[in-house]
Design a protein around this ligand. Sequence first.
Ligand SMILES: C[S@@+](CC[C@H](N)C(=O)[O-])C[C@H]1O[C@@H](n2cnc3c(N)ncnc32)[C@H](O)[C@@H]1O
Length: 224
Amino acid sequence: MKQKYKFFLKRIFYYIYGEKFYKRLDYNWSGLPSRTEIIQKIIDRKNYKDYLEIGCDNDENFSKINVENKIGVDPLKGGTLRMTSDDFFKKNEINFDVVFLDGLHTYEQTIKDINNSLKFLKKNGVILIHDCLPKKIWNQIVPRIYGHWNGDVWKAIVHSRTYEYADTYTCKVDHGLGVILKRKNSDRLELVKKNFKNLKFADYFNNHKKFMNPISHEDLDKIF
Ligand SMILES: C[S@@+](CC[C@H](N)C(=O)[O-])C[C@H]1O[C@@H](n2cnc3c(N)ncnc32)[C@H](O)[C@@H]1O
């Protein structure tokens, strides 16, 4: 059966048994800088040398990044190393200026990737995370049942917003680009319930600013 029909059947199942919240965020990414443009601008401005990309696929981004040293990790294709992020971080001994996380788009894997990246991030470095701003409920359901898949990466952003020593933002470009700096949290999110995986799309919608700390790409220069 074609994937389109499989997705359609799964959506009907989700309509019946899943969360029922159909409001949408009206983000429009067209005309805004791409992830590649933002990453390159940061590298050039900060004179960064060491770049790591987790999840490279067809190297659409990886091949365009111009930097002194780059490592790309993907178990299937693209990049420079054929392995999962977990296997990479187990053996890694390099510290990076920029880590771009775009691997498995689940909360569980992304928060693990964030925590591992923080261990290997240079003091003034930055972690960037793709697909943090789903527009509608369908984009963020795990496993994937819809065309554009953000997954529930956004829950990992909410989690890292509660850290004492990580300063987390979400830049409003290219499906949402999470930005984590290794410094004291300037606006720490206090949450009573800390089961991040159980957060609902309605929570994300109703607490959007508080949870995601969204900033425009023009404001990126102001935060570091
Ligand atoms: C959305 S694509 C990456 C796109 C690419 N970064 C870009 O900007 O064009 C996601 C990639 O993550 C890879 N992936 C899946 N699980 C992974 C894991 N555990 N560790 C690293 N990469 C993973 C997939 O093989 C896939 O190629």
